[in-house]
Design a protein around this ligand. Sequence first.
Ligand SMILES: [Zn+2]
Length: 100
Amino acid sequence: MKKLYTHENRMIIFNLKNVMQGEGIKSMVMNEYSSGGAGDLATFDTWPELWIEDDDQFDRAEIILKNIVLNTCGDDWFCRGCQEKNDASFKLCWRCGHSI
Ligand SMILES: [Zn+2]
């Protein structure tokens, strides 16, 4: 099992898990409940993590991830589907899965 991605927003991790599932890739969420409480700054190593269960599927998962996550530091954006504010580094709405 290999760690694919980590993000402070666990909704993004779960959204990503759904995307992987849709591609037939089995994944697991770790640190799901260990983020800091309200008002706390969660440290990086307690962010929720997405792990790919099958090492043979990891390379493909990484390619899928690259198609979703942008490596730019642009502005946050608002979803056209549900008006939710989304992180600039993510191409899919964490809430409804709508693309940018
Ligand atoms: Zn949305």
